[in-house]
Design a protein around this ligand. Structure first.
Ligand SMILES: [Zn+2]
Length: 449
């Protein structure tokens, strides 16, 4: 017996609805058009967004045998066909549509896995019109996995420093648009992936990607993910846009608890903060500003770290790129509002500037940009390592850069593992043939393979 559940969802009656109802008596009812349908796959859900010419009235039905999800839209027409949706890796096997009872539209998602649907309409904003967002959350899979936990070196008990890398925008929100349809969301993801690879290859540092594909994560969701991963640092990567194509240069930002440090910084923060509106976050999910926490002492310490670490990153970028401003700027970026995780936002350049846009779109420039962030982060953490980390341990155990003084209980193989160098190479560098070492003996640490 097929089980059947039905949910009725209606968009809020807009102001002036009464007038509209009266008008509808004398005028033919304005049918809503579904202008476009777009789809993105995230790690734990599939998002489908319908672009609408007007608010709609709709209902959602979940049906079994075969498993499917049905959306009935009253008095609507489908303008675009549903054939080009990227259904790979989604629980959807097929999407089809039909007309019922004259002008009621039915859209059917044939499903190959169990899902939990969540839907909500979005009001128009300056960048998009009416939308209906349909999120299909995976039910069969392991659930939302926390991407990383502070990894502990089993031998030395010295953990890695976790860096959360946040590629701005994604999915429904393309971010800034450059010439030749170059999207900010694509450029920043490429840079984020390069930074992740570089951090991964650095002993003592561990990256966690906030998003690693083309899907949207709410601004609050980005901070939450950093906290769940127990990040020591949060780096949000963006590319700027301005109405004048001549604007250029990279900048680094930290949170401001008061006003913005410049009008441009405020303008940019307002722009970036509006991402949730474009990205498809319901108003009720929006940020309730951490007003109380911002005055907290821990926030001050966090901000100091953000500013001085940001300055290192900015200096590294300044080695090869033009800087928009010579110092770290501050504004009320929602994504930087973690009270206890130092957070910076890097604007890698102006995607609205044709020269910078074409640079930002090359792999070699993306490498350089990632390299600058990597160097800035590493050099800051080398001089300010959090307690209990490999970098802290290295700092207190090395008389100079690559010399280690043997302590009680050390073995050559432990030391090789800690520094991630082959044991053979460690022995060769120090002219050792056996495994005998003495407390107080100095070892040169080779640069690794
Ligand atoms: Zn951005």
């Amino acid at each position: 017996m097929a089980s059947e559940r039905q949910k009725r969802c209606k968009t809020a009656i807009p102001a002036g609805a009464l007038l509209w109802l009266l008008l509808s008596v004398v005028m033919p009812v304005q049918a809503a058009d579904i202008l476009d349908v777009r789809l993105w796959r995230a790690p734990d859900h599939t998002r489908v967004v319908f672009d609408l010419s007007d608010a709609i009235s709709y209902s959602i039905l979940e049906l079994d045998n075969p498993r499917r999800l049905v959306i009935d839209v009253a008095d609507a027409r489908l303008i675009n066909v549903l054939t080009n949706l990227p259904l790979e890796n989604t629980p959807i096997s097929r999407v089809r549509s039909g007309v019922r009872y004259g002008d009621n539209l039915r859209i059917v998602f044939d499903l190959k896995a169990k899902i939990r649907p969540k839907s909500f309409p979005l009001e128009p904003n300056e960048r998009t019109g009416h939308r209906l967002v349909l999120d299909l959350f995976d039910e069969d899979i392991k659930g939302t996995e926390v991407p990383a936990v502070k990894s502990v070196d089993q031998l030395s008990n010295r953990r890695d420093i976790i860096v959360a890398i946040d590629a701005g925008h994604g999915g429904e929100d393309p971010g800034a648009l450059g010439p030749k349809k170059l999207y900010e969301k694509k450029v920043v993801l490429a840079i984020a992936k390069k930074l992740s690879a570089q951090l991964e290859a650095t002993p003592g540092l561990k990256p966690v990607m906030v998003r690693d594909g083309d899907y949207y994560v709410s601004l609050r969701g980005r901070r939450d993910l950093a906290r769940k991963s127990q990040a020591d640092l949060f780096v949000s990567i963006h590319a700027d846009a301005f109405s004048q194509a001549s604007a250029s240069g990279a900048s680094v930002y930290a949170l401001s608890t008061k006003g913005a440090s410049s009008t441009a910084a405020k303008y940019l923060a307002d722009r970036e903060n509006s991402a949730d509106l474009v990205g498809g976050v319901r108003l009720s999910d929006k940020d309730d500003i951490l007003a109380g926490v911002l005055t907290d002492l821990s926030m001050t310490a966090t901000l100091d770290t953000s500013l001085s670490l940001g300055a290192r990153v900015l200096a590294e970028i300044g080695d090869f790129a033009k800087l928009h401003k010579p110092k770290v700027e501050q504004a009320g970026f929602a994504v930087l509002k973690s009270p206890d995780i130092p957070s910076i936002l890097v604007e890698t350049g102006f995607i609205s500037n044709p020269t910078e846009a074409s640079r930002l779109n090359t792999s070699s420039y993306q490498d350089k940009m990632a390299g600058a962030m990597h160097q800035g982060i590493l050099s800051w953490f080398k001089s300010h390592p959090p307690a209990g980390t490999l970098l802290a341990w290295q700092r207190s155990n090395q008389s100079d850069g690559r010399v280690y003084v043997i302590a009680r209980g050390d073995t050559l193989s432990d030391i090789a593992v800690r520094y991630r160098v082959p044991l053979k190479q460690l022995k060769a560098t120090n002219g050792l043939s056996g495994s005998t070492i003495q407390v107080g003996q100095k070892l040169k640490i080779p640069d690794g393979p």
